[in-house]
Ligand binder design. Structure first.
Ligand code: AMP
Length: 499
């Protein structure tokens, strides 16, 4: 089916043609006519399927009618990370070249003032991460009563990151009569519940088998010793020996490992950049831009920072660490082999990682071939026995020495002592930075231009009951306590001097 039969406006079709697309992808062909018919849509699709255009193109068509009013966005798109939000904004710029629409981005790490000024002028499309959106709302700088269309993108990632209570809250703040487009790669029970609660008679559009991996990706496992220096050496060998390596994303399980590996690769004179949530927004943007433009060949990244990024032409993915959660494997390797191109995904496996590999193979429904001698079941059992005898964490590469300290300190402050490292959750650390905590970054005095009396009353529902939202078996996400009900003088920092 050509684009001309989907019901898109002439301006949008011209922009699509200018992008060089000749045919809609399956998710676009199936979803766009329903979106234009004002139906709610439940899209089950991974990134790389063209799902962003599946909602941006019909939105542009629909927004040609009507006009934005101050502080009252007409449409709202929720994204789990700043990078994804910025990517969606890029899509509006690209497909909206023939429109004069105002698009605003509300993400952390960007000044409130600039965002606020844009809201005041009126926006047609508001793209936001949930935390920052609620911040603006709570200050009374934003009204959601004009939202005609709500998009919730990457919903399963929102669940992983503990955003579901925020999403539920936002869904109750926008008009009941709005149209809702909901995209998720997988359908865990919690997401099912949300769709039943907030979508009205949705059309279900599903384009890929859940948890499938693209057939264009060659997947291999490569064994390594468990020590950090051994893994780094294995990685260097893999990068140097890789065939047709144009560029690569290298995934680590922890932010501290991203930083360490980045420094090491730099020392060994690789062309490399890092991407993790402790970097400030401008550094993250610069790293991504350098990688996208081909100025940098390797990008070392954490899962949250790199999730869903659309970099069309990544030839290789290396898993420096075998991911703790099998679904992350699917998302990581999905960064390569996009849009029908060929890609290679190589996972470094230490004897301790055998169980994780089995979980991945079970999830994707196929064994992954070894590109080296395999790690045997006996070695895995032996490594686990050793680890238990050695007290767990101290034995694990990268956790006992200097490199592990940063994360351990943070976990301890979060009250997470005493867990074995395998159960140490990546989510417990990563989402904190990606959530743009609301009450911590800027002192209240400097960021609160609106008198308390003028702010809208807080909605009655309790937004922070996150514990109940987690899927079974997932570790809890550490949260900042909600202290917004406390008087200001209690929120000021206190210096404690020991006697
Ligand atoms: P997404 O799943 O939205 O992250 O999109 C993945 C990639 O597919 C992006 O680089 C888009 O530019 C590209 N894309 C989207 N729609 C089409 C299309 N109809 N034909 C070819 N490429 C497309």
């Amino acid at each position: 089916m050509p684009f001309s039969e989907l019901g898109l406006s002439a301006k949008v079709q011209a922009a699509v043609a200018a992008s060089g697309y000749t045919e809609p992808t399956p998710i676009q062909a199936q979803a766009i006519p329903h979106v234009l018919a004002r139906r709610d849509v439940l899209g089950i699709a991974q990134t790389g399927t063209g799902k962003t255009a599946a909602f941006t193109l019909p939105m542009l068509t629909m927004l040609e009618e009507g006009r934005a009013r101050a502080r009252m966005p007409r449409t709202l798109i929720l994204e789990p990370t700043r990078e994804l939000a910025a990517q969606v904004e890029d899509n509006f710029v690209k497909y909206g070249v023939n429109h004069k629409l105002s698009v605003a981005l509300l993400i952390g790490g960007v000044s409130f003032g600039d965002q606020d000024a844009k809201l005041t002028r009126g926006v047609d499309v508001l793209i936001a991460t949930p935390g920052r959106l609620l911040d603006h709302f709570e200050r009374g700088r934003l009204l959601l009563t004009g939202v005609e269309l709500l998009v919730i993108d990457e919903a399963d990632r929102m669940l992983d990151m503990g955003f579901i209570p925020d999403i539920e809250r936002i869904c109750k703040m926008v008009p009941f009569t709005r149209q809702t487009l909901f995209f998720t790669a997988t359908m865990p029970p919690e997401i099912q519940r949300i769709t039943e609660q907030f979508l009205h008679n949705p059309v279900k559009v599903e384009v890929a088998r859940q948890n499938s991996t693209a057939t264009t990706i060659t997947q291999r496992l490569v064994r390594s010793g468990k020590k950090d220096f051994e893994k780094r050496e294995t990685l260097r060998g893999l990068v140097r020996g890789a065939e047709n390596l144009k560029n690569a994303i290298i995934f680590c399980n922890r932010k501290s490992e991203v930083a360490t590996l980045y420094k090491s690769l730099q020392k060994h004179e690789f062309s490399v950049a890092a991407l993790h949530g402790d970097m400030d927004q401008s550094a993250r943007t610069a790293a991504l831009a350098a990688f996208r433009d081909g100025r940098i060949q390797l990008l070392v990244a954490s899962d949250v920072a790199a999730r869903g990024l659309d970099i069309p032409d990544v030839s290789h993915v290396f898993n420096y660490d075998t991911p703790h959660h099998a679904e992350d494997y699917v998302h990581r390797i999905g960064r390569t082999g996009r849009a029908g191109r060929l890609g290679t995904a190589i996972t470094i496996v230490t004897p301790e990682d055998g169980k994780l590999v089995s979980a991945i193979e079970k999830l994707i429904g196929q064994p992954i071939e070894w590109g080296s001698d395999p790690v045997t079941e006996e070695e895995t059992s032996e490594a686990r026995r050793e680890r238990r005898a050695g007290g767990g964490r101290g034995e694990r590469s990268g956790r006992g020495g200097r490199e592990g300290r940063e994360d351990r300190g943070r976990e301890e402050r979060g009250g997470r002592k005493g867990r074995g490292d395998r159960s140490e959750p990546r989510e417990a650390r990563e989402p904190r930075e990606a959530r743009e905590p609301r009450e911590v970054r800027e002192p209240r005095e400097s960021r609160d231009p609106v008198p308390r009396a003028e702010r809208p009353a807080r909605p009655p529902e309790a937004p922070r009951a996150r514990g109940a939202e987690r899927p079974a078996g997932r570790p809890p996400v550490h949260e900042e306590a909600d202290m917004s009900h406390l008087p200001q003088f209690l929120l000021r920092p206190v210096t404690y001097r020991a006697k």
